[in-house]
Design a protein around this ligand. Structure first.
Ligand SMILES: *Cc1c(COP(=O)(O)O)cnc(C)c1O
Length: 333
């Protein structure tokens, strides 16, 4: 059941020409900070603006039923599934609650998917996806706990190791763990000595709490600059939890202040617009929570962010997150 390197090679063939070959570029500023080459894998350049297209394409290609696919993600996974289904000419139904902002609904519709708006919570949307599976024969695609999704995300590890076999440290943003599981599995199969560090925000880090408890646990979801890293790992988690447990050398947590500063660094030093979730690798190094002992790479996972919030961060204004306020600070002051 657990995907292996051969599955990642197979996934690479499936996604070729659509979701592969993103640039791997050095960050001169971060390289100077580390004293070693520090590379950025630019998944923000994907057609949907995030790496999740890799896993979604591979999972959609593996669906045998012609009925179509469903999921209940309103974020990058929903976009990936919508795009992949259109690419393969099959039906996609993305379920979401009434509370989801219109901009997100429109974004998914623009990618050609049917949007099913139901109930007032994520649980209602999940129940509808399950009904579509039972009654209409659709296949539900998990954002992280699926062998084809994990193998698809693993192609990032394959590409980094092919381009830079001298890489010694991989810094991987961590939420449900599909990305970290796939990348760590592929990279370690190629180079067993590589160190793979998962990084989450310090509030609501479900995988970190679960690894500490030794089993999947629920955490309270709180607002974060790294909103793509929120959410649970699923109490019935079968794959991404045990793979992260066995393959990650370490999990590191960064604060909202660390993320705020790292977003400014990536913007002003590398001129890249990216989500808070992407900069946790930079944040971990800049805050001294991870030390880098050789050539390192991190994954700039996506660019689908709220531009109003982004503008506040790069202009050094305060940012309100639920009941927390991040105090603004202009870059370089
Ligand atoms: C989904 C996502 C992640 C985390 O991936 P997991 O497989 O859930 O750990 C990180 N960054 C972005 C932008 C994402 O959309």
């Amino acid at each position: 059941m657990r995907p292996v390197l051969a599955d990642v090679h197979a996934a690479a063939k499936v996604i070729a020409g659509v979701a592969d070959a993103t640039p791997l570029v050095p960050s001169p500023h971060m390289s100077a900070v580390c004293g070693h080459d520090f590379l950025l894998k630019l998944e923000n350049m994907q057609p949907i603006g995030a790496f999740k297209l890799r896993g979604a394409l591979n999972a959609v290609a593996g669906v045998r039923e012609a009925a179509g696919v469903t999921c209940c993600s309103t974020g990058n996974h929903g976009r990936g599934v919508a795009y992949a289904a259109r690419e393969r000419g099959i039906r996609a139904v993305i379920c979401m609650s009434e509370l989801v902002p219109q901009a997100k609904v429109d974004g998914i519709r623009a990618l050609g998917a049917e949007v099913c708006i139901i109930g007032r919570s994520q649980d209602d949307a999940q129940a509808e996806a399950e009904r579509l599976v039972r009654e209409e024969g659709l296949t539900e695609i998990s954002p992280f706990d699926d062998p084809l999704v994990i193998a698809g995300q693993g192609t990032i590890g394959l590409e980094i190791m092919a381009a830079r076999p001298d890489t010694e440290v991989l810094l991987v943003p961590l939420s449900g763990g599909g990305l970290a599981a796939g990348v760590a599995m592929a990279a370690k199969a190629i180079k067993p000595s590589i160190r793979v560090v998962g990084i989450s925000m310090d509030r609501g880090a479900a995988m970190h709490e679960s690894l500490r408890a030794g089993r999947p646990v629920e955490v309270e979801e709180v607002a974060s600059l790294a909103d793509s890293l929120g959410g649970g790992i699923g109490m019935q988690n079968r794959l991404s939890f045990p793979m992260c447990r066995d393959l990650l050398d370490e999990v590191v947590l960064v604060t909202e202040d660390d993320i705020y500063h790292a977003m400014q660094v990536l913007y002003y030093e590398d001129r890249i617009v990216a989500e808070g979730a992407c900069v946790v690798g930079l944040a971990a190094v800049l805050s001294g929570k991870v030390s880098v002992t050789g050539p390192a790479a991190t994954i700039i996972t996506g660019r689908n962010l709220d531009m109003e919030m982004f503008t506040r961060v790069i202009t050094g204004q305060d940012v309100k997150l639920g009941d927390m306020v991040i105090e603004g600070k202009r870059y370089g002051t």
